[in-house]
Design a protein around this ligand. Structure first.
Ligand code: SME
Length: 176
């Protein structure tokens, strides 16, 4: 049974250092993807209080298509899209195409993107009008992006290389 999360004050690094072993504990012995992603999103939201924390999963975009369109899509390179997964925060866009917004760009480039001011990111997708800065971390397995972790803040300039360092570690822990 999960214990209450132990929330700490201190520097950002102190907060991540406290959170990391707790996240490892939450994941220990559990291999259900949705359960693990849900607990990671909740733990990050509880510790840091960000506006939105969650995952988008790379999935085939086969819904709502005719057989003909489906056949074309299956033959194309663009058959996948990001679909909303476990998250904490306001309701969000459900589907994002490759290259679109910060999430789609992070997926396409297979690297973490730190955006100090979302208003200055070309093509940023405003799921919430309150979002001001954002970091997106791709989850990479066997050289493929399988998901992204997206974090939004209602303040400008909230994310830096410390967040990148620890959030990349955290996503590396998830058994996909
Ligand atoms: N802002 C993101 C979209 C996802 S929401 O912020 C939850 C983007 O530009 O990709």
């Amino acid at each position: 049974m999960a214990e209450d999360l132990h929330i700490v004050a201190g520097t950002k690094a102190d907060q991540y250092e406290s959170l990391l072993p707790q996240i490892k504990g939450l994941l220990h012995g559990e291999n259900d993807l949705v359960a693990n992603l849900a607990n990671i999103a909740a733990a990050l939201k509880e510790q840091f209080g960000w506006l939105w924390v969650g995952f988008y999963l790379v999935k085939p975009s086969f819904a709502h298509l005719s057989n003909e369109a489906l056949a074309k899509l299956k033959a194309s390179e663009d058959k996948d899209e990001l679909v909303l997964g476990p998250f904490q925060g306001p309701v969000a866009c459900t589907r994002i195409k490759k290259g679109r917004g910060v999430c789609g760009a992070s997926w396409q480039e297979a690297r973490t993107l730190v955006v100090p001011d979302v208003g200055k990111f070309p093509g940023h997708i405003a799921c919430s009008s309150l979002s001001r800065s954002e970091i997106v971390i791709p989850v990479i397995r066997n050289n493929h992006v399988v998901a992204v972790l997206d974090v939004d803040s209602s303040e400008y300039n909230q994310f830096d290389s410390t967040d990148q360092h620890y959030l990349e570690q955290i996503v590396s822990l998830v058994p996909f």
